[in-house]
Design a binder for this molecule. Structure first.
Ligand SMILES: Cc1cc2nc3c(=O)[nH]c(=O)nc-3n(C[C@H](O)[C@H](O)[C@H](O)COP(=O)(O)OP(=O)(O)OC[C@H]3O[C@@H](n4cnc5c(N)ncnc54)[C@H](O)[C@@H]3O)c2cc1C
Ligand code: SF4
Ligand code: SF4
Length: 652
């Protein structure tokens, strides 16, 4: 088990070194005499920051509580992994893919960073996702078909997510995909050693095997099917066409034939059309795409002898002719330089990916900008002229006198992508190669058309998946004639006590609407609970962090490939968590904003006013109860609640 050394604040400390004065009389007074109030504890659910930082809105605290064993499966005999999987797919149907390649903004947001180190969230996500694949789990049965038909354009993560959530709500879906296979950039951008294809096929297959989901691959909307056809045949349209066009380098000479974009290069590779690359390449970028290009190039290598029919350009990125003979030829290493406008540590690619690239022999150079593509007399690029730069916001400022040229045989521009809105899709554009949407993901100026994912703003897989989920909800409202113009402030999955009670057959009884007095124990209401999940994120300062001891985070093992061995190595690098590691990370979660059944409030209440809810009535969020006849409003329970679930408020 790989355990990183403690690097940060080892634990939360109430006192600093040298603070020795302990004012006992005052404290005793505070606790036992002074703090009588008219306020009693109330139980407040808020959204944890991990969840609000996850663009797909994953119920992270929920599935970590399952991994820890606190939230038990509601069905006898159901393994915890299955329950965690069913919880995950409520927000994101791609746990195995996310767990591998999501840069995990959730972990940056995790409150545990203020105690020792973040919870290894995406390690748990991958573990559960892989378990679900190994155990051939299906998605939960969707609702019966509503008779409404939705066209989803684009079979990448955004379109597939929308398809799942739309079908879930009972609508039939047709996915139109230009490529021969579904997956979008998960298949045609990201290389297979990061998103293994059998894993992708399994996660996609779960969605496409649902009845009511139809797939039309090899069909480009705009060319093979018109927007007017969609308007005629479907009740709503969701556009998730991604950003398929790479941006060329904004410098003179960028039209050289051996100057290509990162997405073109990777698509050729992923289609199996590029078995080799040029001897010396320069990749300009700094994000995920540029890292993938350089790392793929290092793996592909360069074939020293090319087929006599290949042209100069094909010698760099081989075509079909050379394919047939490539495997018989000698393969040499490739020198790959990756340049970025920003300093290396500020590159947008995840740190782990940067470290891997460096280890694999990619020469990373930060704080440099391209000036000109140097071409020979035949129009072929032979070098990239660059200089050092500083950044003013997003605009590079050249530093005079620092010019230099990197000699190369191929230049790859990986500086961003844009939506391809040519060939019949021109009316969707916002003038900046993206689709403009309003706050509920509706395409501006187009009735019954919605859009999301990279086509709206290129970002991450999890973002496109989140857009798909939210758009599915707004489309469902639109079809029901009640489209709200506003989304919740915290637009993620949040804890729903009524759903929790429902799955445990503990629903409140129906309300008969007769006037009555003394309703504090009436069974038709959920007492003393407030759901602020859609509006409030719980900050670390609201937790009792002193409760949590330092526990080292489990990190996934990685198969590191060094520069000497990278050639031809296309095997996966991450080694998933064991069950014990996944459970341990579940235990490290501080359950911000939700009771995790620690008993502190019961133990510390001086009035014995707090007790456990009887076992038969227990559910997540309904573990403790207060006897308001005994409570004196001293707020000790709220002070010692590690999760910030208790607030003194009742009576205000
Ligand atoms: C090389 C690379 C590496 C990346 N690495 C990461 C990473 O490590 N982590 C991460 O989170 N994100 C990463 N990303 C970003 C991530 O892949 C995208 O944000 C995500 O795929 C966007 O999803 P999408 O569904 O909006 O679009 P896409 O995944 O691009 O899917 C769009 C689909 O629409 C289809 N399509 C387009 N036009 C039409 C049409 N007219 N008719 C029919 N079908 C059409 C396309 O063929 C495609 O399949 C990476 C991106 C690239 C390019
Ligand atoms: S999808 Fe990404 S941000 Fe969301 S929980 Fe998974 S790793 Fe975290
Ligand atoms: S400690 Fe748990 S609930 Fe709190 S932010 Fe981190 S993962 Fe989320």
């Amino acid at each position: 088990m790989n355990e990183p050394a403690p690097t940060k604040n080892l634990s939360y400390r109430r006192f600093k070194d040298g603070e020795t004065i302990w004012n006992w009389p005052d404290l005793t007074k505070k606790i036992f005499q002074q703090d009588h109030s008219y306020k009693c504890p109330t139980y407040i659910a808020r959204t944890p920051p991990c969840q609000s930082s996850c663009p797909s809105g994953h119920n992270i605290r929920g599935w970590l509580a399952i991994a820890r064993g606190m939230d038990k499966p509601p069905v006898e005999g159901m393994p915890w992994q299955e329950y965690a999987f069913l919880t995950m797919v409520e927000a994101n149907p791609f746990p195995a893919a996310m767990g591998r390649v999501c840069p995990a903004p959730c972990e940056d947001g995790c409150n545990r960073n203020e105690v020792d180190d973040f919870v290894g969230i995406n390690g748990v996500e991958q573990y559960v996702g892989d378990w679900a694949i190994q155990n051939k789990l299906s998605l939960p049965a969707p609702e019966a078909l509503s008779g409404k038909r939705i066209a989803v354009i684009g079979g990448g993560p955004g379109g597939l997510s929308a398809a799942w959530f739309l079908r879930r709500k009972g609508h039939s879906v047709t996915i139109f995909e230009a490529h021969d296979q579904l997956g979008g950039m998960m298949r045609y951008g990201i290389p297979g050693y990061r998103t293994p294809r059998d894993m992708l096929d399994a996660e996609i297959g779960r969605i496409t095997s649902l009845d009511g989901v139809t797939v039309r691959t090899g069909t480009r909307v705009g060319k093979d099917v018109s927007v007017a056809d969609l308007d005629r045949d479907y009740d709503a349209v969701f556009w998730a066409i991604g950003a398929q066009k790479g941006r060329p380098l904004p410098v003179p000479g960028n039209d050289a034939e051996n100057c290509v974009t990162g997405v073109e290069f990777l698509e050729m590779f992923n289609l199996g059309w590029a078995l080799s690359t040029a001897k010396r390449i320069v990749v300009v970028g700094g994000g995920d795409t540029s890292i993938d290009v350089a790392s793929v190039a290092r793996r592909l290598g360069h074939i020293t002898q090319t087929h006599r029919h290949d042209t100069a350009a094909e010698a760099g990125l081989l075509g079909h002719t050379a394919h047939d003979v490539a495997s018989a030829l000698t393969r040499d290493g490739v020198s790959a330089v990756l340049t970025s406008l920003f300093p290396i540590e500020q590159m947008t690619a995840a740190e782990r990916e940067r470290e891997d690239a460096r280890r694999e022999g990619v020469d990373l150079r930060g704080g440099v900008m391209p000036l000109e593509v140097i071409k020979n007399g035949e129009g072929v690029a032979t070098g990239l002229k660059m200089c050092q730069c500083t950044m003013k916001g997003m605009v590079p400022q050249p530093i005079d006198g620092t010019e230099f040229t990197i000699e190369c045989d191929m230049i790859i521009s990986a500086i961003g992508q844009m939506a391809d809105l040519a060939e019949g899709l021109e009316s969707l554009g916002n003038g900046r190669s993206a689709i403009a949407i309003d706050s509920v993901y509706r395409v501006r100026g187009k009735d019954k058309h919605f859009a999301g994912g990279d086509a709206v703003r290129p970002h991450l897989l999890t973002t496109a998946i989140g857009h798909g989920r939210i758009a599915a909800e707004t489309i469902d409202h639109f079809l029901g004639g009640e489209l709200e113009e506003k989304r919740p402030k915290v637009d993620v999955h949040w804890f729903n006590l009524l759903e929790e009670l429902h799955q445990r057959h503990l629903d409140p009884t129906p309300y008969d609407h007769t006037q009555s007095r003394g309703t504090s124990s009436a069974k038709y209401a959920v007492h003393n609970f407030e759901d602020r999940g859609a509006n409030q994120i719980i900050p670390h300062k609201d937790l009792f962090k002193g409760h949590f001891k330092y526990v080292a985070r489990s990190a996934r093992d990685e198969r590191h490939v060094d520069a000497e061995h990278v050639l031809g190595d296309f095997a996966e690098r991450i080694v998933g968590f064991s069950e014990a590691q996944a459970r341990k990370e579940g235990e490290r979660c501080m359950s911000c904003g939700m009771c995790f059944e620690c008993d502190n409030c019961i133990i510390f209440c001086p009035q014995t006013a707090v007790s456990r809810v009887p076992k038969k009535d227990r559910a997540v969020g309904r573990y403790v109860q207060t006897d308001y006849g005994k409570c004196v409003g001293c707020h000790i329970c709220a002070d010692v609640c590690p999760t910030g679930y208790i607030q003194m408020g009742l009576g205000e």
